[in-house]
Every structure is written in C-alpha cells, then in structure tokens.
Design a protein around this ligand. Structure first.
Ligand code: BG6
Length: 485
C-alpha cells in the first residue's frame, strides 16, 4: 500500500549505514510502489556536497547493494526524491534554511533518522527542537548503540527525551525487522501446535546462535570499544530471547508486545561475579581461515596488541518465572566463526518411557529449528521408522520448510519494513526506553564481573566455532550445541 508523501532526513547521510542499508531499503520500497514521487529523502552530513554530487553517491550505493532491482531506469526514477543538505550539529550555519525546507508542507510526516555516531545525537536533537522541528507528525529514529552501559543509555534517552516525546522516538533493532524473526511470532501465535508445549514441562533447552564469518571490517575503533556482548547480545540476541520466551500478548498493539518483552528482560537471572565463570565464556579470534582464505587475528586486524575486547561470547541465561523455571537459554554469537548462520533451536524433553528395543537406536528428543539466515526456514526434527522389514529401527528426520521454496518471493531487508513502520507510525517492532534500559541492567553486571576477573578472553582460531570453553559450557549440563545433521 503506498504511503502518503513524507520527508525522511538521514543524519549521517554519507555514512556507511545510509549507503549499505537505508538508501537501498528506501529504493526497494520506491520500486515496489510504496514510496510515491513527491516524498523527499534528505541526506545530511558535514561534507560540502551538492544534490547532484550526493545523488551520484546514492546511485553507486544502490548499484552495489540493491541487486537486480537496481536498473538504471529505476535508479533514475528514484534519484529525484533524494536531496542533500550540508549541516554541522555544532554550528548554526544552514539550520534555518533546513528548517524552512522541512516546514514547507506542515501536513507531512517528518522522520529524522539518527545514523551518526551517538556522541552527536543530543546536539542534533537540540537543533531540531530549537528550530521547532520536533512538533507535529514528527518521528525520530535512534540507531544502536544506545549507550555502552545503563547510565550512558539513560543519558542518551534523557537527552532525546528532552526534545521528543516517547511516542515520537523509534529505537531501532534491525533484527526485529527480519522476516524470519517476525515469523517466530506467526509460528507461536498463529498455530495451535506449539503453544501448549512452550514451557519448562516440555522444553529442555533453548539455543540462540548468531554466528558471523566476517571480522570487524572497517569498524575497528567502534568495535574494540564495544565487544560482542554490547554489540550483539544486549540488543539482537536478547530481543530474540524475548520473542521466544514472552507470554502471548493480547494483541500486536505496540505496548501489548513491548510489555511482555519487558517482563522477560526483568525475569532474567542476574549474572555477576558470583556465577560469571560458570555461565559465560568470552573469546577472541586469532589468525585462521575464513570465507575461503587466510585471515589475520583480531589484534592484527585492529592494529593493537593488547586489546581484551571479546569477539565471541557464549552465555547460559535463565528466565526466572513459572513458564521457564530451570530451562537454560544458551546464547552464543561471534565474529570469524565457521559460517554465517543465525538460528533459534528449541529442544523438547525426552519421551518419558520408551517402548522400543535398545537396538533400535537412541531416541533423540524433538527439535524445532528456526533458521533466521541464510536459507531461511523451519525444521522440525522427528523420530521416524527407517524403511525395511528388518524390525523397527528409528531414525531422526526433519520436516523441512524452506521459505524460499514455500513463498517464492524476495525477502525484504529488515530496514525496508522498519522504515515504513516509522513512516506509518507503528512502533511495535521498536524498543521502548524501559526495554533498552532493562537489557542494559542485565548486561552491566556481566561486564563488571568480567572486568573484576581481569582475565583475557579465550583465544579461538578464526573459522572455528569459538573457544573450546564454549563447548564445555554446554557439555557440563550434559547437552551439545545444535548441529544441523
Ligand atoms: C550489527 C552489529 O548490529 O549487526 C554488527 O553492530 C553485526 O557487528 C550486524 O555484523 C549483524 O547484522 P546482520 O543483519 O548481518 O545479521
């Protein structure tokens, strides 16, 4: 459905996120007819560029990222929507004209996307408020990282909150825009099969893996100051955990869903100095082989020999409520792992009593595997009879649904959905202030406990599944990380 013409300003318009994700996403929405001519996309940064120069950059960025949709014809049609304004949040110059541009049609939705480094979020918001650009149908999108701990996150939230009301603030976690992540909600609440079994009585453990094969790429300075816990667990992995563990919301209304996720975050068992060594493993990659070639270790990649930043983390989390008492949620994420794969694995409990001879082979518990990326799909591992007259031999086989085969459509990128949700004013898939802060409140004591321990992260070879201690973490409980076979 096309949306009414709107204005969307990207602060950080010459940056990496704009080039790789935001502009290609807007382009796709335009090609699909959802963004109509007359809408304006305004890139803002400090560089002195003209509209034409910026459009050339946008043309290249779309050519690189937008796949087969990026024909010259389609890009030519899209570029007239794109504009550029050079602005510096720390200087007055140009802000008056910028405000006039945006106020020229007072009926329009105005979206401000803060895709800059967080240090200037506050200065930008103050400018927008000082020019009256925070009034009316205005929304501001805040990218991660929102802080590096609870107090810095609260400071950012306070500062943005002085300029915008909470209902105008859209804190983005792009994992919530992934089709397969939303499918988790469809699977749980659009079917009758799973919900009766979705509890500690029937589920033995949950595993959430977000593995990447890339290294830190060009983001060494940012990454070294963050690490895997802040970069991935505090946001993406905890959001996935929330969607698995939350109680059924009464509707998809924004606060109905966010209230349930918040309860999960607040039920997480605290990890601090008393238990951190039993339930967490930090790792850092050394040189190895990944993506088909030799790759340097983390320290060489960032050009600093003494960094203790973790590029891998494995954790055993617990949701302390009636539904989940005693069920471990094993989380792991890392850079330079053996392959790029994100999945949620629900392992059900063993059958209570076997009627089969021991010679029929072990009876593996049922597993539901939600593959988020790549090869998106759902697998349900079941025990079956192996064909043949030689008695009742059992074999584990998966009911296997590939989304590509089932639907045969292009999967929109997370940002396509999320940007359009902002324009339409639907914050369900965005994080409320209390959620972000609850996630930090759980993460902070882990960071402090690691600091107090003072030991270096465990080394792992690039292109493997992380340090052996991560295997030991789960094997201690008599379990294994899921392998797709
Ligand atoms: C970002 C992290 O939020 O998510 C990156 O900052 C990470 O370090 C990225 O690479 C992963 O996103 P995706 O969509 O490629 O799984």
């Amino acid at each position: 459905t096309p949306v009414e013409p709107f204005d969307l300003v990207i602060f950080g318009g010459t940056g990496d996120l704009a080039a790789r994700k935001l502009l290609p996403a807007l382009f796709h929405r335009f090609v699909d007819g959802q963004i109509v001519p007359g809408s304006r996309i305004v890139g803002v940064a400090r560089d002195a560029l003209s509209d034409e120069e910026y459009r050339e950059r946008v043309r290249e960025a779309i050519g690189r990222s937008a796949g087969s949709a990026a024909t010259d014809h389609a890009i030519d049609a899209f570029l007239p929507l794109v504009h550029y304004r050079p602005l510096d949040a720390r200087r007055d110059a140009g802000w008056g004209e910028f405000a006039d541009l945006l106020r020229s049609d007072s009926h329009r939705v105005n979206v401000y996307y803060l895709a800059t480094s967080p240090e200037i979020f506050v200065a930008i918001c103050d400018r927008l408020r000082d020019h009256g650009l925070n009034e009316g149908a205005v929304r501001v999108v805040v990218e991660k990282p929102i802080g590096r701990d609870l107090s810095s996150a609260a400071a950012i939230n306070d500062a943005v909150g002085r300029c915008f009301a909470e209902h105008q603030i859209y804190r983005i976690d792009h994992y919530l825009g992934k089709e397969t992540v939303q499918n988790l909600v469809a699977l749980r609440f659009g079917n009758v099969l799973f919900e009766p079994l979705w509890n500690a009585e029937n589920i033995d453990n949950v595993q959430i893996t977000v593995a990447e094969s890339i290294g830190v790429e060009w983001r060494a300075a940012f990454y070294d100051n963050a690490g895997a816990l802040r970069d991935m667990v505090q946001n993406h992995l905890l959001q996935l955990l929330c969607l698995v563990a939350m109680e059924p919301p009464s509707s998809l209304a924004p606060d109905a869903v966010r209230d349930e996720k918040l309860k999960v975050l607040r039920s997480l068992r605290r990890i601090d100095e008393s238990n951190v060594t039993q339930v967490s493993v930090r790792g850092q990659y050394r040189a190895g082989a990944a993506n088909g070639g030799a790759v340097p270790g983390y320290l060489d990649e960032i050009g600093r020999g003494d960094s203790r930043t973790e590029t891998f983390v494995a954790l055993k989390a617990e949701v302390q409520n009636w539904r989940w008492a005693g069920v471990p949620f094993y989380l792991r994420t890392g850079k330079r792992l053996a392959e790029r794969v994100s999945e949620i694995v629900i392992t059900f409990r063993a059958i209570p009593h076997s009627i089969f001879d021991t010679g029929t082979g072990p009876i593996a518990p049922n597993r539901l595997v939600l593959r988020l990326q790549p090869d998106e799909g759902v697998k349900l591992w079941l025990m079956n009879k192996y064909p043949g007259p030689g008695g009742l031999r059992l074999r584990r086989v998966a009911l296997d649904m590939s989304f590509a085969a089932a639907f045969g459509v292009r999967y929109p990128e997370a940002y396509e959905r999320l940007l359009m949700d902002v324009v339409r004013g639907n914050p369900t898939l965005f994080m409320r202030r209390d959620e972000v802060e609850a996630a930090w409140a759980w993460t902070d004591p882990i960071l402090r406990a690691w600091d107090a321990l003072g030991d270096a992260p465990k080394s792992y070879t690039a292109g493997t599944w992380g340090p052996s201690a991560a295997v030991a973490l789960i094997e201690r409980d008599g379990r294994n990380w899921h392998e797709d076979a």
